[in-house]
Design a protein around this ligand. Structure first.
Ligand SMILES: C[S@@+](CC[C@H](N)C(=O)[O-])C[C@H]1O[C@@H](n2cnc3c(N)ncnc32)[C@H](O)[C@@H]1O
Length: 341
């Protein structure tokens, strides 16, 4: 197997003590996370590097966005013309730019445009940002568990519809800091899957700007649709020899029809079951909410909200015998599924 080992000796003054909750908190907050580094340079999303330089990501200036898709009616066009948030959501539906605009949480424009932008962000960003927090805290909790009790076993993280792949970069940052403080870390791989080559390239650029040679080698990218990935044999090769697994899928399932959602959840469950140790699967998804759906659909951001009970039944159906912990807020549900050995 080709899992990269990054084990090395810590400097003496950083000899490890017990990895308890306080030590873990200190490790996670020892340097800014990817989301804390996210900023704007004009109308370009960028990452603030440790040396003060900027790594530009994607621009939402009008000339850099694709045209409005056909079929948007006059009210949707009005929203897109008068709110930066609506404009990005209309022209880049289901893409990372929408998430980033929400995360920064700053209204743009003047007068009425600014008020409209702030209003639409309250409707749309609040649920997206809650989900992001849930994903970050669930991944960190699962990673803490791996480091405390299974640090000698190979581990993988799979990010489905990774976009910029901030989650994998954050795991790398945390593992390197844990190692620096003398805690043993597992041999590991980060596998980022996305159909969008632009965002995968940006992930590569970020990884090489933030980490040194061998530390970047653990981050792999798969430019393939998740449906092909899950059934094509690549996933078997990627998880060969892996004892423990964390899978996250944020921001993609909302755009799947029922048959695709079955195929997605069924495929994830199959790989979780193949793991000999523990698998943690983090699945946030939207539930019904009239105003969220109304404004999104007006601008052509056609995500599919479902009834809470329907989602819970689907998750229970696809992950039998696994522990399912759902959390609800802002018309979203985040299911954390644990498969024990
Ligand atoms: C809203 S973004 C979410 C990015 C990231 N997971 C996050 O939480 O910020 C959804 C991503 O799913 C990707 N995507 C869409 N269809 C896909 C497919 N069939 N297979 C893999 N990725 C897909 C898009 O390219 C996009 O980058």
């Amino acid at each position: 197997m080709h899992i990269v080992s990054t084990i090395m000796q810590p400097p003496n003054h950083l000899a490890a003590t017990t990895l308890d909750a306080a030590a873990w908190k200190a490790i996670c907050s020892s340097s800014p996370s990817m989301w804390e580094r996210l900023c704007l340079e004009g109308r370009t999303f960028a990452i603030r590097n440790g040396d003060g330089s900027m790594i530009p990501l994607s621009s939402f200036a009008d000339e850099d966005l694709p045209p409005l898709p056909d079929g948007i009616r006059s009210f949707g066009r009005f929203l897109a013309r008068n709110s930066v948030f609506a404009n990005i959501a209309a022209r880049r539906p289901g893409r990372e730019e929408v998430t980033f605009y929400c995360l920064l949480g700053k209204a743009h424009g003047r007068g009425f445009s600014r008020l409209l932008d702030a209003f639409l962000q309250r409707v749309g960003s609040t649920p997206m940002n809650w989900r992001r927090q849930m994903v970050v805290s669930s991944i960190r909790a699962a990673l803490f568990d791996v480091l405390r009790s299974r640090a000698s076993q190979p581990f993988s993280f799979i990010d489905i519809g990774c976009g910029a792949g901030f989650d994998g970069l954050d795991i790398t940052r945390i593992l390197l800091e844990a190692q620096r403080r003398g805690f043993p870390i597992p041999m590991h791989r980060i596998i980022n899957i996305d159909i969008d080559t632009d965002w995968l390239s940006l992930n590569e650029r970020l990884s090489s700007a933030l980490f040194s040679g061998a530390d970047q080698d653990v981050i792999l990218r798969r430019n393939i649709s998740i449906f092909d990935y899950l059934r094509g044999g690549t996933v078997e090769r990627d998880i060969a020899g892996v004892s423990n697994l964390i899978v996250s899928c944020n921001g993609f399932a909302d755009f799947c029809d029922d048959a695709s959602l079955d195929s997605l959840y069924g495929g994830i469950s199959r790989i979780a079951a193949m793991i000999p140790g523990e698998a943690t699967v983090i699945l946030p998804i939207a539930t019904r909410n009239r105003s969220q759906e109304f404004f999104s659909h007006q601008v052509g951001f056609r995500y599919l909200a479902r009834e809470k009970e329907y989602i819970l039944a689907k998750v229970a159906h696809h992950f039998p015998g696994m522990e399912i912990s759902p959390t609800f807020a802002h018309s979203q549900v985040c299911c954390v599924i644990s498969k024990r050995p």
